[in-house]
Every structure is written in C-alpha cells, then in structure tokens.
Design a protein around this ligand. Structure first.
Ligand SMILES: [Zn+2]
Length: 429
C-alpha cells in the first residue's frame, strides 16, 4: 500500500491517464493503472499534474512593500531603485520577515515551491540578509529558498558594498550577485564582473548577476560574464539575469556573443513581466519590447528560465506569485505561440528553472521528490492560456494547499448550467 496515489493525470510530456504513486515522500511509480491502493487517493480527472513551478529570479526583501514609503511615480527602473533606497534604511527585520512569509503563503497556493531571491546587501547593517536567512529556515519545510548577495547600489559605486557583500556570504547567503550596468562606468562594470566571479570561484559558489538590464545596445557585460565564467571554470554555475540590452544589440555582434554564452553554459533568466514594463522607457515610438532574444538563445541550446522578479514592490505594482502569468507574458513578448513554442515556455517555468537553481530530485520520474501540482487545465498549453486554479499542491507526498475549482454558474435559458473553463473549452489540436 502506497502513501498516496494520484489517478488519471495528464503529464507535461503529453502522456495521459497516468497514475502516480508516492511512498515516503518520493515518487514510487508513474504508469497507467496502478493496481495497488494507497492511504490517500486523489482523482485528477484528466487534468495536468506537473512538478511545482520554480522562480529563479525574485526580490523577497522588497515584495509586498507597494506604497511604502510612497509610489513610483515615473514607473521606471531608476526611480524604483531610488525608492527602495528610501525604504531600506527604515525597514525592520520583523517587517521584512513578515512580508516574505506572507508572499511564501501565496506562492504555495500558486504551486510555486522553489524560489531564488536576490537580497540587497547595499545597507551595511545587512538587516535584509539577516531577515531573508531567517525566512529561508522558516519556509524550508515547504519552499526551497536560495539567496543571492546582490549589491543593488553597485559593487564599486556604493561605499562599503564590497565588505557588505562578503559579510553576507560569510553569513550563509548562497550565491554571488552583481549589477555591472549600474556601476559608474563600463570599465568599473567590467571590473565588477571579474571581481565577483573571482569571489565565486574562491568560495565555490554559483553566480547570478543582474546583467545589462538596460536598452543600451553597448551594454555588453554579458560578454565579460561569459568570458570570466570560462576563465574561472564556472561553466554551468553562472546565470545572467535580464540581459535586456541584447534586445537592442547589433545582430552581427550577437552572432558572436550567443556562441560564447553557450560555451560558458550561461543560464539565461529573462523576466518578461518586468522587462516589458520597464524597458523602452526612453523610447517615444516605436517602443522597443526590451526582452532578451529568447527564441534565439533557446535555439542555440542555452538554458533559458523565466523569473517573476517583482510582486507589489517599488519596481512593479502588479503580480500574484503566479509563474503562469510570467509564462503567459513570455508567449506574447517573445512571440512564441506555436505548440512547440509553448511547450518550451512551460519548460522555462519548471524544468529549465530547476536546472538553473541546481535542484536535485526535481521531476516526475520514479525516485524524484513527490512535489506535485494539480491544475484545473488539461495540458501545459492550456495552463499557459488559462493560468488555472491550482487544485492541489503536494510537497514530499503531503497536500500542503488546496483551492476549489473555478466553476462558473450560468442562469441562461437553453444554455449549460455551469462552465469549467479548464475542461469545457479544450482546443482541437
Ligand atoms: Zn531583479
């Protein structure tokens, strides 16, 4: 007898009517018609069952602070940074912890169980790092939280930043961050990439930099990041977040850059919601989209995963912890609406992000952790279209969240009494 069996599930790889058996927190069998019984059985009734969503780029220290101490009037990245600089000195550890825990509650109901968060280390008190380390411990039973030491105000530009970043790593922050395009000069940006990769190599840590989050086509720090990755032997352990300048770069230059990034096995993390909101702000018309070259990077074999980046903070007033909202935007901005395109986008919210974060035991194969989400949709393409309700969220074989299906009741003569948007409108492909 198993601990749990989920019956009649559709899987992200296209298999249908599959049963998933769970034993001691691990997936014990994935096949049609498991004859055994279990202590608990859940009938997925032909809906999608997927491994949880993974957000490889977030700001847990700023989330849910929208309106504190004021709103971002221009809506720009730079005013967002300035506004966060106003809030940071007055915020307490307890407030940071409380907001982060509330966000994690929301994330669980959205089936989002793995998050990599940048932590601003610009304030030498490091209240943010202390708070986020506390949160990482508190949420560990239900969310894997990775932390990046992020010198938001610049590694060289902000006095004390070098020391503070190293102290944050000493405290147990997991990953080395950076923001080369925000340093005073291109030269200092380049030097910061070199210095931060050296720290990562010396400490045996991964790297994840905010890199080239600008519309300036000459912001080419990703080239340095790829080259330093190879020089320090960090291949596969380095992520380039945003890379929006690639949108505006010269095509010939990009034809040399992408193979270099592939050689360095850079993990690429676009943030579609934030990129479409913040980039192109100095343009009149036509306005650039500003998201990096997702299709071309995927075609070159690079691991591309999408981040949520912000939810209700100085940079972004929207967001709901829903990675399918991120994927929905990616489909539009990257213009990837074909069947195979959408499958790749779904992968960029799940398996690709798991690879970026180096997660072990992630997936639907026998022996993986029994971390599963049942959605009110038939397949991955429908999930991207509908952003459906997460009917059940399972962590190590235990149901940790449930939501009632969204069923519309109709009062129209001659028409159906109710509608399940997840199963009543399945397309004909
Ligand atoms: Zn970010």
């Amino acid at each position: 007898m198993f601990d749990l069996i989920i019956r009649d599930a559709n899987l992200p790889d296209g298999r249908t009517s599959i049963d998933i058996a769970v034993e001691k927190g691990k997936i014990a069998a994935v096949q049609r018609k498991i004859e055994a019984t279990a202590k608990e059985e859940i009938d997925a009734t032909g809906r999608l069952v997927t491994p949880p969503f993974v957000d490889p780029h977030f700001h847990m220290d700023a989330t849910l602070s929208l309106g504190l101490p004021r709103m971002n009037v221009s809506g720009t990245l730079l005013e967002g940074i300035a506004l966060w600089g106003e809030l940071r000195p007055i915020v307490t550890r307890q407030e940071l912890v409380d907001r982060a825990l509330r966000y994690c509650d929301l994330a669980v109901t959205q089936g989002l169980l793995f998050i990599r968060s940048h932590v601003d280390t610009s304030d030498p008190r490091l209240v943010t790092a202390e708070a986020m380390i506390e949160v990482r411990e508190k949420v560990a039973p239900y969310i894997d939280l990775q932390l990046v030491a992020f010198p938001q105000d610049g590694y060289y530009r902000s006095p004390g930043a070098i020391d503070a970043l190293n102290r944050a790593l000493d405290m147990g922050v997991d990953i080395v961050g950076g923001i080369p395009h925000f340093e005073r000069t291109m030269g200092e940006g380049t030097a910061s990439v070199e210095a931060l990769c050296r720290i990562a190599a010396d400490r045996g840590l991964p790297v994840d930099m905010h890199c080239d989050e600008t519309d300036d086509p000459l912001s080419r720090h990703i080239e340095t990041l790829a080259a330093e990755t190879i020089r320090f032997g960090l291949q596969g352990r380095v992520a380039g977040s945003h890379l929006t300048s690639m949108h505006s770069m010269d095509n010939y230059y990009v034809s040399k850059l992408i193979p270099l990034m592939a050689e360095a096995r850079i993990n690429v993390i676009p943030n579609p919601l934030i990129n479409i909101m913040l980039q192109g702000r100095h343009d009149t018309y036509p306005k650039r989209r500003g998201m990096t070259r997702v299709r071309e990077l995927m075609d070159a074999g690079l691991n591309v995963s999408f981040g949520h980046d912000c939810v209700m903070d100085p940079w972004y007033s929207m967001g709901s912890g829903d990675m399918l909202e991120v994927g929905h935007m990616a489909v539009h901005v990257a213009q990837m609406a074909g069947i195979e395109d959408k499958k790749k986008i779904f992968g960029a919210l799940t398996v690709n992000s798991a690879k970026t974060m180096g997660l072990e035991g992630y997936g639907l194969e026998k022996g993986c952790n029994a971390d599963l989400v049942i959605l009110q949709a038939a397949d991955t393409l429908e999930a991207l279209r509908l952003k459906p309700t997460r009917l059940a969220v399972i962590r190590r074989g235990k149901v940790i969240a449930r939501s009632a299906p969204r069923i519309g009741t109709l009062f129209l003569e001659g028409r159906p009494a109710s509608i399940d948007s997840g199963l009543d409108y399945i397309p004909h492909y």
